[in-house]
Design a binder for this molecule. Structure first.
Ligand code: NAP
Ligand code: ZN
Length: 353
């Protein structure tokens, strides 16, 4: 075991603060990574503030962060995929059982015995729970480590590890989106990646936002049309026309307003994870045989596929790079939908702590 610098929260109301955490020594299948950038996902905030208490209560202290990019500093004796110096990424998962039907199908994100990057029981007993990427280093089984394309800006790559795969996966699963009418609801970290992918996949992209100030950016990111969701007339004009809608909203909202925009057999997929249940009108779904589904990150192979796709098509997140000392401020801005469009923590800032 060794000590690593990190930022943690001691309770749901405490600010994040500098600390040191234990990390395990590199075992034979492990890769030790010096973390260069870590994105701030809204899930970090939900977890730090224990907003998902009924589903996965937060164990304190919590070290969040699951959008990690860094450089390999050490590899275990049995590691085959990586060597010292490689640029790599780690997303939301650091372990799974490898034996369940989901793991066998490459869907580690659905494994009932998965270990999340933070706030999961630590199978190695290094600490009570796993500690995430707001830290100078991390040690991860090579199966859960991704190769990062070397042509991309690293600060903008970090968010691909969660926001990227979470939006890429359900769009790929929908099928060929070329020429299809796709809605992206909420232009935050996930939403802006959704727009970029929908555009890259050849869809007709419509963004729904509560923030009029994001309209120009939405077009720049790839939207053909931008709807301010509070404008009932504009919403009505799109009723019954969408093939697919991706809902990324982090807070309570009227999902029926979006279900009603779907055409026949249209599908809306939730990736946003609000604290409270959403009320769904049966008739919104019955009329038009529409369906509502959910999606959670993606498997390891698909995450690699997404990163390779981003390398080939030059896709990264639009980031505001911040020092870790500004993380609490960043959380407050996240709550006001005021981020363009992902915070990426420059982990060099941790050296001065
Ligand atoms: P984010 O950057 O805060 O973006 C969320 C966006 O939702 C905001 O920018 C805002 O967009 C919109 N929004 C916020 N409050 C709203 C409200 N009250 N009504 C309507 N729209 C609202 O968050 P994120 O990191 O993209 O995460 C979004 C959600 O996805 C979170 O709940 C997160 O936990 C979840 N998530 C799920 C997965 C998964 O695997 N399923 C993975 C990562 C994150 P506008 O300003 O454009 O309206
Ligand atoms: Zn995330």
């Amino acid at each position: 075991m060794y000590k690593a610098k990190a930022y943690s929260a001691a309770s749901a109301t405490a600010p994040l603060a500098s600390t040191t955490i234990p990390r395990r020594e590199t075992t034979e299948h492990d890769v030790q990574i010096e973390i260069l950038f870590c994105g701030i996902c809204h899930s970090d905030l939900h977890s730090v503030r224990d907003e998902w208490h009924s589903i996965m209560p937060t164990v304190y202290p919590i070290v969040p962060g699951h959008e990690i990019v860094g450089r390999v500093t050490r590899v275990g004796s049995a590691v085959t995929k990586f060597k010292t110096g490689d640029l790599v990424g780690v997303g939301c998962l650091v372990d799974s059982d490898h034996t369940c039907p989901n793991c066998k199908d490459g869907l580690e994100q659905l494994c009932p015995n998965q270990t999340l990057t933070f706030n999961s029981p630590d199978k190695h007993n290094t600490a009570p729970v796993t500690y995430g990427g707001y830290s100078e280093s991390i040690v991860v089984d090579e199966h859960f480590v991704l190769r990062v394309p070397t042509n991309l800006d690293l600060a903008g790559v970090a968010p691909l590890l969660c926001a990227g795969i979470t939006t890429y996966s359900p769009m790929r699963r929908w099928g060929n989106l070329t020429g299809k009418k796709v809605g992206v609801v909420g232009l935050g970290g996930l939403g802006h990646m959704g727009v970029k992918f929908a555009r890259a996949f050849g869809a007709q992209v419509v963004v729904f936002t509560t923030s009029p100030g994001k309209k120009e950016d939405a077009h720049r990111l790839g939207a053909d049309e931008v709807i301010i969701s509070s404008n009932a007339d504009e919403m009505r004009s799109h009723a019954g026309t969408f093939d697919f809608i991706l809902d990324t909203i982090a807070a309570d909202h009227d999902i029926n307003a979006y279900i009603n925009l779907l055409g026949r057999d249209g599908k809306i997929t939730l990736v946003g994870a609000p604290e409270k249940p959403l009320a769904v009108s049966a008739f919104s779904l019955l009329v038009g045989r529409r369906s509502l589904s959910g999606s959670i990150i993606g498997g390891i192979a698909e995450t690699q596929e997404m990163l390779d796709y981003c390398g080939k098509h030059n896709i990264t997140a639009d980031v505001e790079i911040i020092p870790i000392q500004k993380v609490d401020e960043a959380y407050e801005r996240l709550l006001k939908s005021d981020v363009k469009y992902r915070f990426s923590i420059d982990m060099a800032s941790l050296k001065s702590e």
